[in-house]
Design a protein around this ligand. Structure first.
Ligand code: HPA
Ligand code: ZN
Length: 317
């Protein structure tokens, strides 16, 4: 089945062998971030963020990001992904310097064009700030986003540690991105509860929520999401790997869907969570008995909620 993915972190999708290879080329010591089988290893979400940043530290040049983009889209294509919206980070690509950021984007764009021709997968970028890096860095990130809005840069978002600060601390950045014509999404309702989702909707004016699954703890909020048509970028395998839910049947995506919320399915950081889009679909089928009609509906919902223009959307499904 053709799949549409709306929530993927480019660095978080880096195959471990790719990061190891780059570390070797650059003689970089990235410490014990791999287990005996060569997979990423971490204790919990906060440790995951550290391992993520250590792995990312070997990506130091635009050409590294070009190779990364191609490696990631090859994996996506294997799962049948035809359209991918991916979080891109000026924090890691040139330290939020607009000139450097443009060079990284140019390199990623060339790789994406190649992937579109050869693999049939279309990439669009969502520039993301990182919450635990603080509001000042987020402002610089938003300026990078605003300077490069348009073409294949379609959105702005916030990731990172949801327990740090409040959405309203990042309002300036989201206003700046919106004024530049970017569409908005925010990670919320993963490590924070229903109020975190409410705050992101109210204070940042986002139209999609990254994760959002903990809305299930407040059914009035679930009804509100359903009524307003807020789209959740749900990443069940990520939530389960990070211990938010004990297993697939316990994951709230089934109930959110039943209650009429516009849920979509993505992988977040697939090698970290030992997942792929194909695996997410398989597990959801097993856990909730979802059939092809449900999955076709999910892909439609995802594409309707994609931040690309109508022409691009028309070419995809
Ligand atoms: N949550 C928050 N920040 C992140 C994630 C996530 O799942 N993945 C990469 N950065
Ligand atoms: Zn995420």
């Amino acid at each position: 089945m053709p799949k549409v993915e709306l929530h993927l972190h480019l660095e978080g999708a880096a195959p471990p062998a790719f990061i190891r290879g780059l570390a070797k080329e650059k003689k970089a010591d990235i410490g014990g971030i791999f287990d005996a089988r060569g997979n990423y290893t971490y204790k919990d979400f906060w440790d995951f963020l550290k391992v993520y940043e250590a792995a990312t530290s070997v990506l130091t040049r635009p050409e590294d990001y070009a190779r990364l983009t191609l490696a990631v889209l090859e994996e996506s294509a294997k799962s049948g992904v035809v359209y991918s919206e991916t979080f891109l980070s000026p924090d890691f690509c040139g330290g939020r310097d607009v000139g450097a950021w443009r060079e990284y984007l140019h390199a990623m764009r060339e790789a994406a064009d190649q992937a579109e021709r050869e693999l049939g997968v279309t990439l669009r970028g969502i520039v993301t700030c990182i919450r635990h890096f603080g509001p000042d860095k987020a402002r610089e990130t938003a300026l990078c986003a605003a300077e490069t809005a348009g073409d294949w840069i379609v959105g702005f978002g916030i990731a990172g540690d949801e327990k740090v600060g409040k959405p309203k601390d990042y309002r300036w950045s989201f206003d700046c991105a919106r004024e530049a014509g970017l569409r908005l999404t925010a990670h919320a309702g993963e490590w924070g509860g229903p109020d975190s989702v409410r705050d992101a909707l109210r204070d940042l004016g986002v139209e999609r929520i990254g994760h959002g699954v903990r809305a299930i703890e407040d059914l009035a909020l679930v009804d509100e999401l359903a009524e307003r048509g807020v789209v959740l970028e749900v990443c069940p395998g990520s939530n389960i790997a990070l211990g938010l839910y004990p297993g697939w049947r316990a994951h709230p995506i089934g109930e959110l869907y039943r209650r009429g919320v516009k849920v979509t399915v993505s992988t977040d950081d697939p090698p970290f969570f030992h997942t792929t889009m194909a695996r997410e679909y398989d597990r959801l089928h097993d856990a909730f008995d979802w059939d092809e009609g449900v999955f076709a509906g999910l892909a439609r919902t995802s594409l309707d909620a994609a931040f690309c223009d109508g022409d691009t959307r028309g070419r995809i499904l």
